[in-house]
Write a protein that binds this ligand. Structure first.
Ligand SMILES: Nc1ncnc2c1ncn2[C@@H]1O[C@H](COP(=O)(O)OP(=O)(O)OP(=O)(O)O)[C@@H](O)[C@H]1O
Length: 472
C-alpha cells in the first residue's frame, strides 16, 4: 500500500520516536487518486503538516510516478463525502486554520478546518478504539534485534514475555539510557504477541500520548470511552513512563487501568529511562507495582555489539562494511545505537549522493566529518579531566597531582578510564596527560574502575552519567 511504502521511506529520514508519535497516528485512505491522511486531532494534524507533509508528498509522487498526485491531510476517521473540489492540496492551503490558536492539548472533537471545508460534511472524530491500529512497527522485530552482553537479559526476557500465553512476568519493565533499544524490544514483544494471537488487541503508546488522550477525553466528556478502550486491551505497551511524573490525574487513571489489566491477566509492558524506584515524581504505589513483575535493564552496548549492529543494518540494505570501517564507526559512535544508526545512514546517504559503490576509510571520514569534529571537541582528554573534576568537585590540578587520597585518586582513575574508553590515545599518552604517570598506572586505573563499576552501583551510575555527559 502506498502509505506503507511512504512510511518505509520516511523511516530512513525521521527518528523512530517521531514516526511512532506522529506518523503512525495517521489513518491512511487512498481515494480519488489522492492519499488522504486522517489525523485523530489537531496536534497531530499541525505537527504532520508543519514537519512532514512536504516529504510525504515528495515520496508519494516518486512512488506513484505521478507528479500531480495529491496528499490530503485532515482530521477525522473517514474521508468526507464532500466533492473533491472542496479539498485543496495541503501544501498550497493548510487544512487547518493557521490563525486559530491550537490548544496545547489534543482535541478529539473535529475543528472547522477551512472556511470552505467547514461548510462541507464535518469529519467525525476517530473512535477511540480505532486510534491505535497499526501502532506497532513491524520493522522492530526480534529478528532485527542484535543481541549482545548489554541487552541479552532484556532480550531473552522480552522473548519469553512475547512467547508465553500466561502472564507470569507482568508487568515487564524495561529501563535504560537513550537510544539503547527499549522501544525496539517493546515493539518486538507486541509483534510477537500478534503473531501468536492475530486478533489480540495490542497497543503501543508513549506515556505522553496517554496523557494527552486523557486530557482530551475529559474535555470532550468521553472519559468512559477512554477508560473502556484502555481497559479492554490484551496488551498495553507504554513507553517513556517517566513522562507521568507530576501528572497526578494521569497517574491516577493509569493506576486504575494498570490494576484492571493486571486483574484481567492482560499484558503490561513499560519502558523508562530509570529503574522504577528512581523515577522522580511518580507515585510510590505505581513504582511498587512496576516492580511486581520483571524488571530488566538495557545497558550501553560494547564495541563488539555495536559492530554487529552496524553490520546487520548495513547488510539489510545490501551494503558490505569492511572490518576497518565497521570498527571505526563502532568505536567513534559509542554512546547509543540511535547515533550509531545515524552515522551509518549518513554514510549510506553520502554513497548514494556521490554514486559510490565501495566504501573506504577516507570516504567514511569525509561523510562523517562534522560529527567526528564535534565529538573530538567533547572527548578530548582535557575535557574529560575538566568534566570529571567538576563532577566530583575537585580542582583540575588534582587530576595531575601526586595526592593519593581517595577523594582525588578515584576521580583521577575514572577520568583515566574514560580517556581510555572514549579517546584513541595510548596508555603512555594518557599517563603523560595525567601528570606524567607511567602507563602501568593507567592500566591499573582502568582495571580498578571496571572492578568498581561491577561491585559498586554508585560508581557505575557516576561513570554512566559522566560517559553520557561526554558523549551526548
Ligand atoms: N540491539 C539492537 N539491534 C538492532 N537495532 C537496535 C538495537 N537496539 C536499538 N536498535 C535500534 O536503535 C534505534 C534506537 O532504539 P530505540 O528507539 O528502541 O531506543 P530507546 O531505548 O527506546 O530510546 P529512547 O529512550 O530515546 O526512546 C532504533 O532504530 C532501534 O531499532
Amino acid at each position: 500500500m502506498l502509505w506503507q511504502q511512504c512510511l518505509q521511506q520516511l523511516e530512513q529520514e525521521v527518528p523512530d520516536s517521531e514516526i511512532n508519535t506522529w506518523l503512525r497516528a495517521l489513518h491512511a485512505v487512498e481515494k480519488r487518486q489522492a492519499l488522504y491522511l486522517l489525523a485523530p486531532n489537531t496536534i497531530v494534524l499541525q505537527q504532520v503538516h508543519e514537519q512532514y507533509l512536504p516529504r510525504i508528498l515528495f515520496h508519494s509522487r516518486i512512488i506513484t510516478g505521478d507528479n500531480e498526485f495529491d496528499v490530503m491531510l485532515q482530521i477525522g476517521s473517514s474521508v468526507p463525502t464532500a466533492p473533491p473540489a472542496l479539498l485543496t492540496t495541503p501544501l498550497q492551503q493548510p487544512r487547518y486554520p493557521q490563525a486559530q490558536a491550537l490548544s496545547p492539548h489534543d482535541e478529539w472533537n473535529p475543528v472547522p478546518l477551512t472556511h470552505t471545508q467547514a461548510t462541507a460534511a464535518a469529519p467525525t472524530p476517530a473512535p477511540i478504539s480505532e486510534r491505535f491500529t497499526n501502532s506497532l512497527n513491524p520493522r522492530m522485530a526480534f529478528a532485527n534485534f542484535v543481541e549482545g552482553k548489554s541487552n541479552q537479559l532484556a532480550c531473552a526476557a522480552a522473548q519469553q514475555v512475547g512467547d508465553q500465553a500466561d502472564t507470569t512476568y507482568n508487568p515487564m519493565f524495561i529501563y535504560g539510557g537513550v537510544g539503547l533499544g527499549k522501544t525496539h524490544l517493546m515493539h518486538a514483544i507486541g509483534n510477537r504477541i500478534l503473531e501468536r494471537e492475530p486478533g489480540a488487541r495490542v497497543i503501543y503508546v508513549y506515556a505522553e500520548r496517554f496523557v494527552n488522550d486523557m486530557i482530551s477525553a475529559i474535555r470532550n466528556s468521553r472519559m468512559e470511552e477512554f477508560k473502556q478502550h484502555y481497559r479492554s486491551l490484551d496488551a498495553l505497551l507504554i513507553d517513556d513512563i517517566q513522562f507521568f511524573a507530576g501528572k497526578d490525574r494521569s497517574m491516577e487513571e493509569f493506576f486504575h487501568t494498570f490494576n484492571a489489566l493486571l486483574e484481567g491477566q492482560k499484558r503490561i509492558i513499560l519502558a523508562s529511562d530509570k529503574f522504577p524506584r528512581d523515577l522522580d515524581g511518580i507515585e510510590d504505589r505505581l513504582k511498587t507495582r512496576f516492580n511486581w513483575g520483571l524488571t530488566v535493564q538495557i545497558e550501553s552496548p560494547d564495541l563488539e555489539t555495536r559492530v554487529a549492529i552496524l553490520r546487520k543494518k548495513a547488510e539489510d540494505v545490501g551494503l558490505h562494511l569492511p572490518n576497518d570501517v565497521s570498527f571505526f564507526i563502532g568505536k567513534r559512535f559509542h554512546s547509543n545505537i540511535r547515533d550509531l544508526e545515524g552515522a551509518l545512514q549518513r554514510v549510506i546517504a553520502s554513497m548514494r549522493l556521490k554514486c559510490v559503490t565501495t566504501i573506504s576509510m577516507d570516504f567514511v571520514h569525509n561523510a562523517l566529518r562534522d560529527q567526528l569534529a564535534s565529538q573530538d571537541k567533547m572527548v578530548s582528554m582535557s575535557n574529560i579531566k575538566k568534566i570529571v573534576a567538576q563532577y566530583y568537585n575537585i580542582r583540575l590540578t588534582d587530576m595531575d597531582s601526586k595526592n593519593r587520597a581517595r577523594c582525588f585518586a578515584r576521580p583521577r582513575q575514572i577520568a583515566m578510564a574514560l580517556s581510555k574508553e572514549l579517546t584513541n590515545h595510548s596508555l603512555p599518552e594518557i599517563g603523560d596527560e595525567f601528570g606524567g604517570r607511567d602507563h602501568t598506572t593507567v592500566l591499573h586505573a582502568q582495571r580498578k574502575v571496571v572492578e568498581l563499576r561491577e561491585s559498586d552501583p554508585k560508581i557505575e551510575e557516576e561513570y554512566r552519567i559522566l560517559f553520557r555527559t561526554l558523549t551526548s
